[in-house]
Design a protein around this ligand. Structure first.
Ligand SMILES: O=C(O)CCC(=O)C(=O)O
Ligand SMILES: [Fe+2]
Length: 338
């Protein structure tokens, strides 16, 4: 997408004047498009801007509505009860022990793929004894029994389309560069803030995702923004569409051809209800060694070979040392030296 082709609109429906922000019209990818159209749409969107709307994704809207309702119910429990929910966090967990400023104004529930099976049943059994009781059991059942399966299906189809297209990955790489077992699901709640004139409280600070692909389902409130052409632009929610973004791992796998965009969430100061989102992050196998694409594919940046485990440990070390993620820059090799 050329910079001058971006359709910019005033973003007034959701935000008062002090928060008015221009909007990036995201490309739309139709998951049911015929080939070669799907590959073309997808590769173009991953190159620029690295984030797109996904339609015809097959996630039932009643499942999404139920999950938003259950997550909201749990996150609106009183502080003592919700702090005992399994996977509950407030602010950025990685920063909790550090003497750095907490920038994030959010709370949520974190579920790892490996947690999903057992916990839903143990919660159901212990329904009355555990914080959240049967609502927690219902939430875990909806996440692990249904929602995560849809997300894994979507991530696999998108990834295989790219992998079999210009990434040209072999069968072993297709299996190890994306694993259903290592995925993470998070339900976030960004409480409304009483932001003063011109002041914007960040719900989630600017970052890139460490994932291969991230699949976001946001409610209608808005507040998700992407850094594009040096400016923060709004990604307006659209009924029924998911937002998918390229993560750092896919950027590395593509030799920098696909872009893991910097994004953030502004805490809603324009609504009483707060913002909710349901986010799924797909990762490679921990020990899969990620190398750029074969030389036939254009490589704008090169990274030295690394495993996802190495990347994750480096991110954790950087966050621990400075409060910030450095990310792929740690693994970059100047093209001229390659
Ligand atoms: O809440 C959202 O829509 C985005 C969250 C996000 O960017 C993340 O968890 O990495
Ligand atoms: Fe993110």
């Amino acid at each position: 997408m050329q910079q001058q082709e971006i359709h910019l609109r005033r973003f007034m429906e959701h935000q008062p004047d002090e928060c008015a922000l221009e909007e990036l019209e995201l490309p739309t990818v139709d998951l049911e498009a015929e080939e070669p159209s799907l590959t073309e749409q997808l590769a173009a969107a991953c190159r620029d801007p690295g984030v797109f709307r996904l339609v015809n994704h097959g996630v039932p809207c009643d499942l999404t509505a139920r999950l938003f309702g259950l997550a909201r119910g749990l996150l609106e429990l009183d502080a003592a009860n919700k702090s005992r929910l399994p996977g509950y966090f407030c602010g950025t967990p990685a920063l909790a022990a550090l003497p750095v400023k907490q920038l994030n104004w959010l709370e949520g529930l974190h579920v790892e793929a490996d947690d999903t099976g057992d916990r839903s049943h143990s919660s159901a059994d212990a329904a009355d004894g555990e914080a959240g009781g049967s609502a927690l059991a219902e939430f875990m059942e909806a996440v692990s029994g249904e929602y995560v399966a849809h997300m894994a299906r979507i991530a696999r189809k998108l990834f295989d389309t790219l992998a079999c297209g210009e990434l040209g990955l072999d069968e072993e790489q297709r299996a190890s560069y994306l694993t259903e077992r290592g995925c993470i699901f998070r339900a976030y709640r960004y409480p409304a803030t009483a932001s003063g004139a011109g002041r914007r409280q960040l719900g989630m600070e600017a970052h890139t995702d460490s994932s291969v692909l991230s699949i976001l389902n946001q409610d209608r409130v808005g507040g998700l923004q992407v850094l594009y052409g040096g400016r923060w632009l709004a990604m307006r929610p659209m009924e029924g569409a998911l937002v998918v973004n390229v993560g750092d791992m896919l950027q590395a796998m593509s030799g920098g051809a696909y872009r893991s965009p910097e994004h953030r969430v502004v805490a809603p100061g324009w609504t009483e209800v707060g913002r909710m989102s349901l986010c799924y992050f797909a990762f490679p196998q921990e020990d899969a060694v990620i190398v750029g694409p074969p030389s036939a594919c254009r490589q704008e940046e090169l990274y030295r070979a690394f495993s996802y485990r190495e990347f994750r440990e480096q991110v954790q070390a950087d966050v621990k040392a400075s409060g910030s993620k450095v990310g792929l820059a740690r693994f970059r090799v100047p093209v001229s030296q390659s």
